[in-house]
Design a protein around this ligand. Structure first.
Ligand code: SF4
Ligand code: SF4
Length: 303
């Protein structure tokens, strides 16, 4: 219903975000702000943390998995022999997960911002290519509402077939044009949905993955443009904007005639409340929680 009405706000906690405490706080905050759909790392302890955060409120939980090479499932690491200790990476990390030139990998979302600023070539990535036959069955048993495959390019067939064989609920395809042409992206979506029932799949049109740090139209332009390409293909799927989404996304999409079903916001949604979320007393301190709630509500209501 939320998708049909174009009112589906999805909070992206981060496919690679394995910080259970942070996820619980984010879900507690955004579920109270009116969000009902949450994107989580595919780990039982993270799904449990999200359930705690819901505190009995209605919410749909989506776990994200990726294919080798996908930025959402990689983790940064620093080579200390090359590191000059300039701290530039610490300053740009949206997850604030680099301290004293060391990456706390559980919180790393693989965005690559640290890599871009390191002029010493000290940062590289390790890819977490999870075996889905170990990861998904316990999560399905525990109760999830959606599985998302990040299928930007590469070998998605085996993983997608496996997901379809073990789960008959809503699936989501996270796709982008970074490595695929327009034509290839649409062709890939068509292949992925050909054996699925109409409107049982969400296509998450990722403009620039994990790029939504700023709140301007330029940052969200590619999310809207990618959604337009999917919309023009007239496929029986729900369209969700993501990758560079912020408080301007809904407005720009409406101005451009995009009939979106939902908007997924991660980096920006986490950033605007980070100074509250980071507090150890966040869930107990009513004043702090309510200050963050005003900000989260204003973002959810932009849809
Ligand atoms: S930016 Fe590179 S050189 Fe500077 S602290 Fe980070 S890893 Fe080290
Ligand atoms: S900047 Fe991005 S990739 Fe680098 S450590 Fe932080 S979250 Fe991970």
């Amino acid at each position: 219903m939320l998708l049909d009405e174009g009112k589906c706000f999805k909070l992206v906690c981060g496919a690679g975000n394995e910080d259970a405490q942070e996820v619980e706080k984010l879900v507690a905050l955004y579920s109270q702000a009116g969000c009902k759909f949450f994107d989580l790392s595919a780990k039982p302890e993270i799904v449990e943390a999200a359930k705690r955060g819901l505190q009995g409120r209605e919410g749909y939980l989506c776990v994200s998995v990726g294919i080798k090479g996908d930025p959402h499932i990689r983790k940064a690491q620093i080579n200390y022999e090359k590191c000059a200790g300039c701290h530039k990476c610490e300053e740009v990390c949206p997850q604030r997960t680099i301290k004293h030139c060391k990456v706390k990998q559980a919180r790393c979302i693989g965005c690559g911002k640290c890599y871009s600023v390191c002029t010493h070539g000290a940062i590289s990535f390790v890819s977490e290519n999870k075996d889905l036959s170990e990861v998904l069955p316990p999560l399905i048993k525990e109760g999830i509402d959606c599985i998302e495959l990040h299928a930007m390019d590469g070998d998605w067939v085996e993983k997608w077939d496996y997901i379809n064989s073990v789960y008959d609920g809503m699936l989501s395809i996270c796709t982008a044009r970074g490595r695929l042409s327009e034509e290839k992206m649409i062709e890939q979506i068509k292949q992925m949905i050909k054996n699925r029932k109409p409107y049982s799949t969400i296509v998450q049109a990722d403009g620039y993955p994990m790029s939504g740090g700023s709140d301007d139209y330029k940052t969200t332009l590619q999310a809207v443009a990618t959604a337009e390409i999917v919309q023009n293909a007239k496929l029986p799927v729900y369209i969700m904007l993501s990758g560079g989404t912020n408080s301007k996304t809904a407005e720009l999409a409406k101005m451009c005639g995009i009939n979106y079903n939902g908007i997924a916001i991660g980096t920006y949604a986490r950033k605007i409340v980070s100074k509250y979320i980071e507090r150890e007393d966040f869930l107990r301190n009513e004043y702090v929680f309510n200050e963050a709630l005003k900000i989260a509500k204003a973002l959810v209501e932009t849809l």
